[in-house]
Design a protein around this ligand. Structure first.
Ligand code: ZN
Ligand code: ZN
Ligand code: FE
Length: 747
């Protein structure tokens, strides 16, 4: 006979871990107990030595799908004579650290429950169990018990209580457990209440079928939904949301509906059907009848599958695909409270479908794309947050406030980095409030008290000012592109120096210029900027970002002098504007130099007449990638002098080809190839001088599939070891992770 103490850390709460341990102990006839602690789960087992051995052997193998064991220790205890196995109460070790589970999509068993007319949960939109349902979005404090969630106000009925208390039931300790008798319910409103409870869903389907826009309360906030196959409805939504050409996300009834409009690979299918249920960016079938207004100028479309019972029940035989876009006013955070819907979304929606389960934390949908051999996260939010990223080594507790666009922040503790969900563009008061409320929330959950704060070097960013206000903490400014590369290093557990290729739109440089085509040699403690794109003037600062023709004009002027060739795109620009920009560049007023790769993509997109003005970030570059002809192998020349990459030779060739009427798709392809070849060229030089062969690719430009895959192929063929992002975005949503690891290595 032996008795063992087992401590497990990782994601072991809210994922069915205790019942799993209970059943396993039961199977092997062991006594003892299992209990949640703020540190994870504590188990004591007593019994025959061979049985305990088998128990331990099966422990890791059979652990629940959604659990994640980061650390497990086993030690000997003296016998206590336990015959029975118990599930103990949660002990509070409040200084310790527990991982809060993310929200999980409806499981197949629950789907069966609410689809079965004989089941007591038939058509019930809040069905869940230990394997699925809301978590992060309803948790108000830890430990994760019903009383610490927004479900506390609902008293379980006898039937639900019996499930909750039965260790052999799938709903054993399922904290949000509910049914039509005791749980939350729906209401659908226009000006007045139209329907409630069981009649709300049929009424909503009818509204959607008739072309209405309905604000629908989901897991982490409201969506604005309409029938995606109704062009008028989609167009109305686009106008009301004043969204320009930014693509809308879709929700399809099932996989067959997704495959009707998109090509879906095995990896994409797995992402679509997985428990996180992100929006997956897919190649659209050209013949698909899904309308132009969904994603103008784009040959991809973002699609997700239903992830709550409510979503499943929105569809019927005549509704196949819905537009599901975040319920917010332009650039503001997603709306999550019923009272906010009328004042905030009143002008956007014709009707509201809401319920009385409160959302504790706002969380947007996550976005992923599969390319360059793996899954890449574009927006890390629902289903991912607040899952910790393992750093592989313990670090001090710090806060990193991130960048400005697509902001996230990051807290560290033990060997974990915990990124916030996607906060959004930190450009207004509402987003700032969202940042602060989420920070307070996460500090409480994870019991983190930062000893230092990291921020971007840009003095004008709101994220920098947030850090500056924390006057009691030592502050560290981190260069933007250094943070990009450090984030890539951290998630790949790299500690030694690497070659970092950081390509993006904008990042504040140590010389006060706008960087974005950068080659670094760096570790966590510092970086050297070893090569970069040649500076060109951005005339009018931020206006040059919204008006790519300004970049095209600047590049032409750099290349050809004061009298650049008359390309067709110049005729589409008002003469007066051209004169103004010309004078700005000539005299160097209201201009700033940039080495940005994003701006180079903009320039090429404008030169070929593809896009002269943009209405969302990255639009010109995305469209350039979309039109690039697949089979083209040629590229354009560039020059490298004193480790400055000069694109004038390429611009010269492109100008000539545009004049000769070369196809835009061919030019786009050759340009992508040229950028990849420049990456290879510079990396070879750095390998020769610094004897480094590991390359990290980061920055928003590496969301470009064609460019990333080309770089990966050229570099790996040449013997480089290439590292990409897979857990955090390559865009500025990943910056906070880099800032955090840099600073935690400095203090
Ligand atoms: Zn379930
Ligand atoms: Zn009930
Ligand atoms: Fe960036």
């Amino acid at each position: 006979m032996v008795r063992k103490l087992i401590r497990v850390r990782g994601i072991v709460q809210g994922v069915g871990f205790r019942p799993f341990v209970y059943r396993l102990a039961h199977t092997h006839g062991l006594g003892g107990y299992v209990a949640n602690s703020s540190a994870g789960v504590t188990i004591e087992v007593e019994g025959d030595a061979a049985d305990v051995e088998t128990f331990l052997g099966q422990f890791r193998e059979q652990a629940p799908v959604l659990s994640q064991i980061d650390e497990m220790s086993v030690s000997d205890l003296t016998l206590a004579g336990d015959r029975e196995f118990r599930i103990g109460h949660s002990e509070d070790e409040s200084a310790r650290f527990v991982l809060v589970p993310p929200d999980i999509a409806t499981c197949a068993d629950c789907e069966r429950d609410f689809s079965d007319p004989a089941n007591r949960r038939y058509q019930y939109p809040f069905t869940n169990c230990i394997n699925c349902g809301p978590r992060y979005t309803i948790i108000e404090d830890i430990p994760y018990d019903r009383l610490n969630t927004t479900m506390a106000v609902f008293r379980m009925c006898k039937a639900c209580r019996a499930e909750y208390e039965n260790p052999f039931d799938r709903r054993f300790h399922a904290q949000p457990n509910a049914c039509p008798v005791c749980g939350p319910w729906l209401e659908v409103w226009t000006g007045h209440r139209l329907a409630e409870r069981q009649t709300a869903l049929p009424r909503t389907r009818e509204l959607l079928r008739h072309g209405n826009i309905v604000a629908i309360k989901g897991l982490g906030g409201f969506h604005l939904a309409c029938n995606a196959e109704d062009d008028d409805a989609v167009r109305t939504l686009r106008e009301r949301k004043r969204r320009g050409d930014k693509p809308f996300a879709l929700m399809a009834r099932d996989l067959a509906q997704v495959e009707r409009i998109c090509r879906v690979s095995a990896a994409e299918r797995a992402a679509l059907l997985g428990p996180r249920r992100p929006i997956v960016i897919l190649d659209r079938r050209p013949e698909a009848r899904i309308s132009g207004p969904i994603a103008p100028g784009n040959n991809t479309v973002g699609v997700m599958l239903p992830y709550t019972p409510l979503h499943h029940l929105l569809f019927d035989y005549s509704l196949n695909i819905l537009v599901m876009t975040s319920g917010n006013i332009r650039e503001e955070p997603i709306v999550s409270r019923n009272e906010e819907v009328r004042p905030r979304l009143g002008k956007l929606a014709d009707a509201y479908l809401w319920h009385n389960r409160a959302i504790a934390t706002r969380v947007d949908d996550s976005v992923v794309r599969i390319y360059a051999g793996g899954q890449r996260v574009v927006r890390r939010s629902r289903g991912y947050a607040p899952q910790a990223i393992d750093l592989g080594t313990p670090v001090p507790q710090v806060l990193a406030t991130g960048a400005e666009l697509k902001n996230t922040f990051c807290l560290t503790k033990d060997h974990h980095a915990i990124l916030s969900q996607h906060i959004g563009d930190l450009e207004n008061y509402e987003t700032l409030e969202f940042f602060e409320e989420t920070l307070a929330h996460m500090k409480r959950f994870f019991r983190v008290e930062p000893v230092a704060v990291a921020h971007d070097l840009h003095p004008g960013y709101l994220s920098t000012r947030i850090a500056e206000r924390m006057t009691n903490l030592p502050r560290h400014g981190v260069q933007h592109h250094h943070a990009h590369i450090a984030a890539c290093m951290a998630e790949n557990h790299l500690r030694d120096k690497v070659i970092g290729v950081a390509f993006d739109g904008t990042g504040y440089g140590t010389d006060g210029q706008v960087w974005g085509g950068e080659f670094l040699v760096c570790g966590y403690r510092g970086f050297e900027r070893r090569a970069h794109f040649r500076y060109v003037p951005m005339a009018g600062g931020d206006r040059a970002i919204r008006e790519p023709w300004r970049m095209a004009f600047a590049w032409l002027r750099e290349t050809f002098g004061a009298t650049p060739p008359q390309l067709p795109f110049l005729e589409a620009v008002p003469k007066r504007s051209l004169v103004v920009v010309d004078t700005m560049i000539e005299r160097g007023v209201q201009t700033i130099g940039t080495s940005s790769c994003g701006r180079l993509f903009d320039a090429v997109a404008a030169m070929i007449g593809l896009r002269l003005e943009t209405n969302f970030e990255g639009q010109a570059a995305i469209e350039l990638e979309c039109i690039a002809a697949p089979e083209v192998e040629e590229s354009y020349p560039f020059q490298i002098e004193s480790m400055e990459i000069d694109w004038r030779p390429a611009i010269e060739r492109i100008a000539m080809e545009v004049k000769d009427g070369e196809a835009a798709g061919v030019i786009a392809a050759r340009f992508h190839n040229a950028v990849a070849e420049a990456v290879l060229d510079v990396c070879r030089r750095l390998r020769a001088t610094d004897h480094l062969h590991r390359v990290c690719l980061s920055g928003g430009t590496f969301q470009n599939r064609r460019l990333t895959e080309r770089c990966l192929q050229l570099l790996s063929t040449d013997g480089f070891e290439v590292f990409l992002h897979s857990q955090v975005p390559a865009n500025d949503g990943g910056i906070s992770l880099g800032q955090a690891v840099i600073v935690s290595n400095l203090i």
